[in-house]
Design a protein around this ligand. Structure first.
Ligand code: ADP
Ligand code: MG
Length: 698
């Protein structure tokens, strides 16, 4: 057994009591845990500071000076030993509350000392309580190092395991380790090309570096190691899926696809659309199951790609389904597919929670006997009674709304799992996609259809609300329509509802009937009511749509040219971007107006600024990641792939990119990691994850 698996109580200086605390307080159970409990900073003890350098934000400091006085003051509980040290720049007080008489005896007035400790301020004057103190001539050489400071807790501190004391344990541990216990796990070619410190050395230096530069290069190596191992693991999962998963084969591009492509397609496909279709076409012909994530910015034209894929399935005798997160969206997809397919011998049906019983029965029968080619729907599609004749392709729109478990249910709707195409309109930064979705294949549509007039985005405050309303009036006078969106803050549904109603009354006051008509859609409505309101807006019977974010995804009303977002500071970037994507869908110039209160905080201002300055979904996603961190980006929360000890996919983008490229290169030339150069890597992964297959994904 490897020494690193030893229980922490076996380490000299730990013992059962401290071991208990280390386990409870810091989750340190083994030698390995302690080794990977990295210091969060180092105190520079190579330098001797001047007392005059002490400022409000100084904490640990090392000084050297002459002891000018020492004496006990106070009585009983306030009894303490106070000494004063003077250097060329000033004086500082040293204070002890314990061990007073012993320390007092050892102090020599007039002697020059090396003093080290944490500065605090008492009545505005700096002091150091319980410093380390030694006569300078004896100490000088021994104290010339960077001292690690570790994360700890109050409880541990009170038991003598403060941020610095833990360093003593780390030191003891590192003394025990050698190359036999700590194997190199990176292939030699990477070490060489990246100029990385060997593993054991990096581990020593991250704890006890002799310079900040040395520490930095140790950190860099260990961060790379984390990212690289994660990339390799994802690569292995992906490769295993490719090797073992069976999938139906779409052998040919047939009659339906070709007829549609040549005679019904209303526009020329963009280069990105064509490329993605090729990728999908290639995937589905291999006999392996396709499991592909399609990232396309709002309005990049994913629907038509989906439709062409569904026709490809039909051409090969397979049914296809398309699942959307809301009824409104499912309804819209259903209508747009039907409109596009008008005149073609393709049967498309819609199944949602509100499909009437008789209709539902008919649809279930049609799916089972294969007369329905394409079914569009909501969650209703994954329920048990829905049985297919031969489902060959399942498309999930706006994937972040569905969990992995829900997607997995679609797999089970056919003897051989159907090809999966997961489409998302929330662009995910490439770095995040690499880690969170590295086990999926992914395609990116980073090109918008031509002739889009860019959306003009502005930020306005409450004060000019009436001007904003006048602007809407002018647009309506030109025949256009407008959205006015209110925020939804989940904690307080009631308040949200009241806000929305107040907002609605307000809008009504500006836009009185019968000159204007208003639709309102929100989450609490019955779906029939929602649908009616939506349809009235689609038909331009109403000119204004007042809504909460239920309309965020997918809704397509090309005549709408104004998107007003109320309390825009309360929305996240990706939501704002989604909402803005509802306009600019027709030939008319469109506007997005972000209405906010005044006096916003810095982050909110930055978000709004981002929206005003770019409409590139990928750039916005990068900014979002930067502002919020990966943990909060939708759809990634459950991903265990983002929990790195040292690395951050935001700050260490370049390292991640390098890790990604190296991982690809190594797996490409040696997919099983069986060449001698890669065996240490494979062994290391095994020691971490066991010998089982690289976990399957759904
Ligand atoms: P999203 O990717 O957001 O789902 P849609 O599929 O709804 O985007 O497409 C947005 C709009 O762009 C639709 O009105 C669609 O008809 C149109 N569109 C899609 N592809 C093209 C293209 N290649 N050329 C012109 N218009 C296109
Ligand atoms: Mg869409």
């Amino acid at each position: 057994m490897n020494i690193l698996s030893n229980p922490i109580e076996y380490l000299k200086g730990v013992g059962p009591q401290r071991a208990d605390l280390l386990k409870k307080e810091l989750g340190i159970f083994t030698f390995r845990d302690l080794l990977e409990h990295y210091p969060f900073r180092h105190v520079d003890r190579t330098r001797i500071n001047l007392i005059a350098e002490i400022g409000a934000d100084t904490d640990y400091i090392q000084i050297s000076g002459k002891l000018t006085s020492a004496g006990t003051i106070g009585d009983r509980r306030s009894r303490r030993l106070v000494a004063e040290v003077q250097d060329s720049s000033g004086t500082i007080e040293l204070v002890w509350f314990q061990g007073i008489s012993w320390i007092e005896k050892s102090l020599k007035i007039g002697e020059t000392y090396l003093v080290y400790g944490r500065v605090s301020f008492y009545l505005g004057r700096p002091q150091i309580s319980h410093p380390e103190i030694e006569i300078l001539s004896a100490a000088q050489s021994a104290k010339n190092f960077l001292e690690p400071v570790y994360p700890t807790t109050e409880k541990l501190k009170s038991k003598g395991l403060g941020g610095r004391q833990i360093g003593k344990l780390s030191y003891t541990l590192l003394e025990l380790l050698n190359e036999k216990e700590i194997h190199e796990n990176l292939p030699a070619q990477i070490l060489k090309a990246m100029n990385f410190t060997p593993r054991i050395q990096a581990l020593r230096q991250i704890h006890f570096p002799s310079s900040f530069a040395e520490h930095e290069s140790a950190v860099r190596r260990l961060k790379f190691e984390e990212l690289f191992l994660a990339q390799i693991r994802l690569g292995l999962v992906r490769a295993e899926r490719h090797r073992f998963s069976k999938g139906v084969v779409f052998e040919q591009v047939g009659e339906l696809f070709n007829t549609f492509y040549n005679h019904y397609l209303p526009f020329e496909l963009t280069g990105a659309q064509k490329r993605v279709l090729k990728e999908i076409r290639k995937d589905t012909a291999t006999g392996k199951q396709m499991n592909r994530l399609l990232q396309g910015d709002v309005g990049s034209g994913k629907t038509i790609v989906a439709l062409l894929c569904l026709l490809l399935a039909a051409d090969n005798g397979y049914q296809g389904c398309m699942m959307a997160p809301t009824e409104i969206l499912a309804q819209q997809h259903y209508e747009s597919l039907n409109a596009l397919l008008e005149g073609m011998p393709v049967i498309v049906e819609l199944l949602t929670g509100s499909t009437k019983t008789a209709q539902r029965k008919k649809i279930l029968a049609g799916l089972q006997d294969g007369t329905i080619h394409i079914i569009v729907g909501t969650h209703a599609l994954i329920e048990d009674p829905v049985q297919f004749n031969n489902l060959g392709l399942a498309i999930v729109d706006e994937q972040h709304r569905f969990g992995v478990a829900q997607r997995a249910k679609l797999w089970k709707k056919a003897a051989v799992p159907p090809h999966m195409l997961v489409m998302t309109a929330t662009p995910i930064p490439r770095t995040l996609a690499m880690t969170a979705y590295g086990d999926l294949d992914y395609s990116i549509m980073d090109e918008l259809p031509p002739n889009r007039t860019p959306i003009i985005t502005v930020h306005r405050t409450e004060r000019v609300r009436s001007q904003v309303m006048d602007f809407i009036k002018a647009q309506i006078a030109e025949g256009r329509q407008a959205y006015i969106i209110f925020p939804l803050i989940e904690e307080s549904e009631k308040l949200d509802y009241e806000n929305l109603m107040k907002g609605y009354e307000n809008v009504k006051a500006y836009f009185p009937e019968p000159k204007y008509w208003i639709s309102m859609v929100h989450g609490k409505q019955k779906s029939a009511v929602k649908e009616t309101n939506m349809q009235r807006f689609v038909k331009n019977d109403t000119q204004i749509m007042v809504a909460t974010t239920v309309i965020e995804v997918g809704v397509n009303v090309p005549n709408a040219t104004v998107m007003v977002i109320e309390s825009a500071e309360k929305f996240g970037l990706s939501q704002l971007h989604q909402l803005r994507g509802r306009v600019g869908r027709g030939g008319h110039k469109s506007f997005c107006i972000l209405l906010t209160a005044t006096g916003l905080n810095k982050e909110a201002r930055e978000r709004l600024h981002t929206m005003v300055s770019t409409s590139d979904g990928f750039k916005i996603a990068e900014k979002d990641l930067e502002l919020r961190g990966p943990g909060d980006i939708e759809g990634t929360r459950q991903s265990g792939m983002l929990n790195f000890k040292l690395a951050s996919i935001v700050q260490d983008k370049e390292l991640l990119q390098a890790a990604h490229e190296w991982s690809d290169q190594i797996l490409e030339s040696d997919p099983e990691l069986s060449s001698p150069a890669n065996v240490p890597l494979k062994d290391y992964l095994r020691s971490l994850h066991g010998k089982t297959a690289w976990s399957r994904i759904s």
